[in-house]
Every structure is written in C-alpha cells, then in structure tokens.
Design a binder for this molecule. Sequence first.
Ligand code: KIV
Ligand code: ZN
Length: 523
Amino acid sequence: MSTTDTSQTNTGNHVRIFDTTLRDGEQSPGASMNLEEKMRIAEVLEGMGVDIIEAGFPIASDGDFECVNQIAKTVTKSTVCGLARATRADIERCAEAIKPAKQGRIHTFIATSPLHMEFKLQLEPDAVYQKVIESVTLARNFADDVEWSCEDGSRSDHDFLCRCVEAAINAGASTINVPDTVGYTMPREYGELISMLMNRVPNIDKAVVSVHCHNDLGLAVANSLAAVDAGARQVECTINGLGERAGNAALEEIVMALRTRQDTMPFSTNIVTEDIMRASKLVSTVTGFNVQPNKAIVGANAFAHESGIHQDGMLKHAGTYEIMTPESVGLNESNLVLGKHSGRHAFKEKILELGYELGDNAIQDAFKRFKDLADVKKDVFDEDIIALVDDEVVRANDRIRMVSLEIVCGNVHKEPKATLEMDVDGEVQSCTCTGDGPVDAAFTAIRELFPHGARLQLYQVHAVTQGTDAQAEVTVRLEEDGRTVNGQGADTDTMVASVRAYINALNKLLVKREKSAPEAMTA
Ligand code: KIV
Ligand code: ZN
C-alpha cells in the first residue's frame, strides 16, 4: 500500500516527508554518490518511513537515470520521484526512469519569479504560464502522481503565482511545491505566502501544498515549520540538511520538532525516528560531509552534558536539560558486541541485527577482518562492526586493491617512506616512495603504481569510537575533469585506512560515468 495518500490533501494533520538527499543533496559540490551508495541510502530512507524519495534528475546523465531507475525497481513502500524541467525531453526521460516504480512521481518545475523568468529563462510570464500547463499535462500522460514546483516561488509575484498554481492543478498536478530556492524568506512571510495560496487559489483543496526551503540564512527549518502551521502538508528536506550552498531543511530537525512539540504543532509523520542516527551516519560517511558536533539532533554533542550544573540537573531529572531522549533518535549506549572468542554464527547474527544483508563471501571476508580487529582492539562495538562491514561493502567491486603497506616515519627518519604492494586487475606490483610525510609518501606510491591526473580535494580522518585503539575512518575526495568521488577506508592503522580510502576513491573514478549538467539546472 502506498504510504503517500494524496487523496487527503491539506486538511488532515499528517505531514508527508519528501526526502531529496539523493537529488538536491547530491547537488552539493563534492557530495556525489555512486549507484551502490544511492541504493543503500534509498533502502534506509524507505525503512525509516520516508513517504517520497526524490532519487535524482534523470536527464542530467545516464548515471542519474540509472540510479532513479534502479531505485524505482527496488523501493516498494515509498513513492519514487524523479525531477524534470518543463521540457518534453526531461519529462519523457523522467517518466522512463520511474516506470518500474510501484508508486512513481514526476516532479516538474519552472521558475516563476521576475528575476528568473527574465534573465535565466528569457521568457515572458505568459510563455511560462503556457509551459506550466503543457509540462504538467505531458507529465500526466505518464504518471498519475505529478508534482509541480514554482522555482524561486518565494520571490514570485503573488497574482502570477496564484494563476500558475491554479493552472498546474487544473492540468493534473496533485502536489504543488513552493520553493524558497535561495533561502531568502522569513518564517512569518513564508507562512503568509502559504496562507495566501490557500485562501486565493480556488482549487487548492485538490492538491497537497508542499514546501522546499534552502538554508542560506539558516532559516530552512523555521520556514518549513511556519509553512506547516499555515497549511502545507508536505515538507521537502534532506538528511543532515545536505544540499546546494548552505543546504536544505534538515529532515531530522523537522521530524523531531514536530514530534517534540506536539503541544503546539499537533502533526504526525511516518518517520521511525529511531532510524535517524543511522541515516545521518550513512549519508555523512558516503559523502565525506562531516556532521558538525553541535548540529541539532545528530551532532556528536547534541545529547552531551558537560557542565557541572547540567550534569547535576540531569541526574535529578533528565527532563531538566533534555527535551527528547537520545534513544528517540536512535542514539543508544555503545554496545559492547563481540570479542575475540565470538564465533561466525554470533557475527552473522550481529550483522543481520545491524541491518546488513551480505552474501556468503562477503560475510566470510568481513568475519576475517573482524577476527583481525578483535586481535588488536580490546572492545569491539557496534560502530566498529558497522565501519568494518561498510568498508567491505564499498570495496566489493574494486579493480585496484591494497595488498600490503609498510611505512617508515617518525622524527629520526629524515624522509618518510612508504612501500606499497597493490593489485591492479589481478596483477600485483610494488614500489617504495618517499614524501613530505607518511600520507604523502603513501599517496605518491599509489600514483606511481597507478598513474592518474586526479587532484586530492579532501583528506579527512575521524575515530570510529573512543580510545587510542579506535579504528580510523578516512575519507578521500578526488577530482578529475570536474568529476568528484569520495572514497572511504577504515582500519585501526590510520595509514592503512588512508591508503584504502584513496584506492577506493580511485576505483570509483574508474567507474564514474560522465555526469554532464544541462544548462540552467539550478535548483
Ligand atoms: O530549490 C528549488 O527550487 C528546487 C526545485 C527544483 C524544487 O530544488
Ligand atoms: Zn532546492
């Protein structure tokens, strides 16, 4: 059954969550994700009850098309949506991509603000109005579920906006999205804009009103909530607030605000909030976009109480300083899971409990790595298993693999040295290189064994758990001819994790298809 009941429009108290991490989120420079990563994120979004997953912009590239198409084939509970500009080519490509979906949606948009119409589209308002009708009518030939967005809606003329919205609904759009594309609006103003549409558009009751807010002034969540108060019943958002420029409204903040403040905002969502941390972690690992420690809901400090006064209050009554529980967002006490004597069966059970479905070979490899880890690390936690299994999953199809690495460094050696053995398409080669430091030496050795012109854009290390024996989780971002990839690696040895991450990024670069953005794809 569909989780998106579009027959109930703006009257009930249910707010649909439309996640656009895989589309608007991926438009953040450097946040590119490959098919396998998008499929994993889509699976988590579906599991956590997201009503609509915007899986990509199918016309943008063959890679984008394939992602939307594959997600449409596998996701059954959420509606799978693709984005299309107001052109035949975009809409037909989008329709093709979402065709296999149990519930598919075409999301078509055109800008309606004077600035965008004059300078970007170079069209008169009447021509834009015609395109609204034509695009929605065409989209309806392919899908029952069509969403129409007025790009830069918050800076559009109200009379013109009302005309366009009415026409889009008459042409068959069942969701009307009003983006604050440049994050310009203020909560009161945006709430009034939504109320104005509710009051003035005669057929507004035939569509769900949706909001899509960017965070340029840090107001995306506040604006979205003001719009819900004014009658919007779909919120477009992303995990960790990922998105163009300053990002989109953060899904976790919207959902937890609604859950925590039922007294003043009595709205429901379908989100299983206990899955929030898992989704946040996955998105930050895949994109290499770290979550700032003081980020609401998912930041490492969001539930930490440092000062004596706060700790004292917490011990007396958790409600003194905690408005929601860590458990409600899936932050549980670290589980001491397995030790060096744990067997294959216990390990397999743990992997299933953590939500992974691995084939026999992958379990075998992961189990071997777990045993190696348990030999060097006293306590093995859930986070360690997740890092280790994620690491196995990301490199399942790698053409290039690290065989061995030896590093000589420290202040008695004038020149740090790395000796690397690498397997490229089944052929093992080795070399020794020096560098400014151990990381430089190791990365130089990779370039020596597999020459390439990619530029290193990001090298980032963070500890999976606490303590000096913690695994290091490394992200490496490479850029070549405008194409960006993020590689990950995890190991108790930071240098091994670094080389794994670089090699993983290189493997992704090899399989990355051309992702050429069409003109005026601003969104
Ligand atoms: O920000 C925006 O206007 C968009 C639209 C395409 C919905 O992302
Ligand atoms: Zn956007």
